[in-house]
Ligand binder design. Sequence first.
Ligand SMILES: Nc1nc2c(ncn2[C@@H]2O[C@H](COP(=O)(O)OP(=O)(O)OP(=O)(O)O)[C@@H](O)[C@H]2O)c(=O)[nH]1
Ligand SMILES: [Mg+2]
Length: 299
Amino acid sequence: MPGFLQSLTKTRNVILSRLASVLGASKITPETWEDLEAVLIQADVGVETTLEVVERLRRRAQEERILRADRLQDLLAEELRALLPDPPPLNLGGRPLDVVLVVGVNGSGKTTTIAKLAHYYRREGRKVLLAAADTFRAAAIDQLRLWAERVGCPVVAGPEGGDPGAVVYDALQAARSRGMDMVIADTAGRLHTQHNLMEELRKVHRVAGKVVEGAPHEVLLVLDATTGQNALSQALHFREAVGVTGVVLAKLDSTARGGMAFAVAHRLGLPIRFVGTGEGLDDLAPFDADRFVKGLFAP
Ligand SMILES: Nc1nc2c(ncn2[C@@H]2O[C@H](COP(=O)(O)OP(=O)(O)OP(=O)(O)O)[C@@H](O)[C@H]2O)c(=O)[nH]1
Ligand SMILES: [Mg+2]
């Protein structure tokens, strides 16, 4: 999937250009560590995670008697890779109806991601139905309908301003009676500080569980990668409110802050499942930790 490596271009450019000067052929000095910290922080790995990584690297260099800075790049790649644990497979498949709830703040990329996911799973032979549970604006419902037309899958929507729980309820019933095997539900963007909206999300979650056992089987939080570290506190709150099971990192192609993936995985303990690599239907790639880390250092 060329899109995946390509989407790392901006982040890679920040890391590589600076890393080249830090890890030249010179001897390791105390400044090497400081400079390395600066590179990682600039790529939005986050201060805490950066300090941890560089400290581990420093210790390893000492133990393994590494004196030259140019030998650090491989070690750095190993330490970064270790921040991305390999998660179990997505909790999808093996049941009559899978339910995926998609959540996130305003404009993070939810609706676009849902269209991409529907396209992705339809190609895998799944029968996907979309639930337009973002009832906030009529435009949101129209946007999902337009995407669904392009993807070629049905949508269940309710009236503008209606109850999103009711939309999800109807969508799940419809999916059953129409023999669909996957429902992906769009939700309105909300801030974690909007308590009533977070409560509404909990309700949608509960409704899904009443209609289909164990639903939602995945709750995907769409984070806008261009917001870097700011996405972390959002993620914490969504995780608390609705038990997020995984992250989609949207807009990875538009940012040099791709390092935030490490902080998300490491500090939140949430697996990154997909990355958004552009605005089109095909611009979604399953997250691959090995390729992600390698892709940071070489195109
Ligand atoms: N470059 C790029 N743009 C993206 C990606 N994903 C989404 N976008 C763009 O981000 C903008 C917002 O996307 P939406 O899908 O409408 O976001 P949303 O979270 O549904 O927004 P609300 O429903 O208003 O909360 C759109 O212009 C998308 O084209 C991506 O992976 N890469
Ligand atoms: Mg939307």
